[in-house]
Design a protein around this ligand. Structure first.
Ligand code: CMP
Length: 141
């Protein structure tokens, strides 16, 4: 099934000038980019986006980091997009990420792990809607 996922190129990767390299991986892995934008989240936006983690001990660190600089948010489409993107980015902790994955090649640490990926189709829809309006999602079909 062709479906959508949501990705973020996080502030560490943008700061380290990896945006282009990661964008190229997205395209070379066969994802269609429905929309992309460079933005700097406010703390309130980061807190809203990661609200599911608000009870976790790392919530403050995570939301401060995600609002610390520019990031690129993307809506992606591919066959089994959620699983395909998670496979492309690798494990959350870059020390556990497989060879050839984005986190293995570009992440700094568990907290600054270069990219985000939705964990389910339901969350992908919610996360895309958090950053994009319907008219910003470009379908070439
Ligand atoms: P992400 O896929 O964006 O979803 C939640 C993020 O929380 C995750 O990537 C990590 O960057 C971050 N995270 C998870 N566990 C920890 C932790 N123990 N300490 C700091 N950050 C964490």
């Amino acid at each position: 099934m062709t479906n959508k996922t949501f990705a973020i190129i996080k502030p560490d990767a943008v700061n380290n000038r990896y945006t282009g390299k990661i964008y190229d991986r997205i395209l070379q892995t066969g994802f269609t980019i429905l929309s992309a934008k460079l933005l700097k989240m406010t703390l309130a936006q980061a807190e809203g986006f990661y609200a599911v983690h608000r009870e976790r001990p790392f919530y403050g660190e995570l939301t401060t980091f995600m609002s610390s600089g520019a990031c690129m948010v993307l809506a992606l489409e591919k066959e089994n997009a959620v699983a395909a993107w998670r496979e492309t980015i690798g494990a959350t902790n870059p020390e556990e990420a497989a060879e050839g994955t984005i986190r293995k090649d570009f992440a700094t640490s568990l907290g600054e792990n270069a990219v985000h990926g939705s964990d389910s189709d339901e969350n992908a829809e919610k996360e895309i809607a958090f950053f994009f309006t319907e008219s910003e999602l470009i379908s070439n079909k």
